[in-house]
Write a protein that binds this ligand. Structure first.
Ligand code: URA
Length: 213
């Protein structure tokens, strides 16, 4: 094919740089808005969970992550550090994430509720409603992920409406124009060892899917 004239090449290079700076601008706007949300979460007193928390855990990762990972609620280590999945469940999550060939920092990792429920009880419906409507749904729309990985029944119920993880896992699900992959919560490994294998199978699906994103 003959080279396009110089004027066309210059115009193409200019529009590429406008597009790139547009993308950079969008990213920095998203970073700013995520940081503002983060500050609101850390100061939140909108549900009773704030009374017993040490630190709220907004979530962490890439503002433009292609894949978002959503767990249930912070546990003891997360409450102490303000970071998601840094305790025993987090170690197993890191292990299965490493199998995808991506770094933990390539994802955005958060939870359905941002404060630890006392004694790690399941978050109540009212806590889930408050926290997702104020924070999680805003995080999802800012990050705009291509795929959301749901860890455990609380996340699966809230975002997909399934009554069991078993019914939702093992495949990519399209729901309201968003792709999801559901699996068991990494903590099941500590009381139902056989389910760890199913989590590994689901993360193998994630690995294949990430090649297409
Ligand atoms: N369990 C979760 O669901 N989230 C965390 O951040 C840690 C443990």
């Amino acid at each position: 094919m003959p080279e396009p004239p110089r004027a066309i090449r210059r115009a193409a290079a200019e529009s590429r740089s406008v597009i790139e700076s547009g993308a950079r601008q969008r990213k920095s706007d998203v970073v700013k808005q995520l940081e503002q949300l983060d500050a609101k979460i850390r100061a939140c007193i909108r549900c009773p969970l704030h009374q017993s928390r040490t630190l709220a855990v907004p979530g962490e990762g890439k503002a433009n992550a292609k894949v978002m990972i959503i767990g249930e609620a912070p546990g003891r280590s997360e409450d102490q550090t303000g970071r998601p999945f840094v305790g025993n469940s987090g170690k197993f999550l890191d292990q299965v994430l490493a199998g995808t060939g991506f770094e933990r920092s390539d994802f955005f990792i958060t939870n359905i509720v941002k404060c630890r429920p006392p004694s790690n009880r399941t978050p109540r419906t009212s806590e889930i409603e408050t926290c997702t409507s104020l924070y999680l749904f805003n995080q999802i729309s800012l990050i705009n992920p291509k795929l959301i990985v749901l860890l455990g029944l609380v996340a699966v119920k809230k975002l997909l409406g399934f009554r069991t993880v078993e019914a939702a896992r093992g495949r990519i699900i399209e729901h309201d124009g968003q792709k999801f992959l559901a699996t068991y919560h990494p903590a099941v490994r500590f009381y139902r060892e056989e389910l760890a294998e199913k989590i590994e199978e689901d993360f193998a699906i994630l690995k294949e899917e990430m090649k297409k994103l």
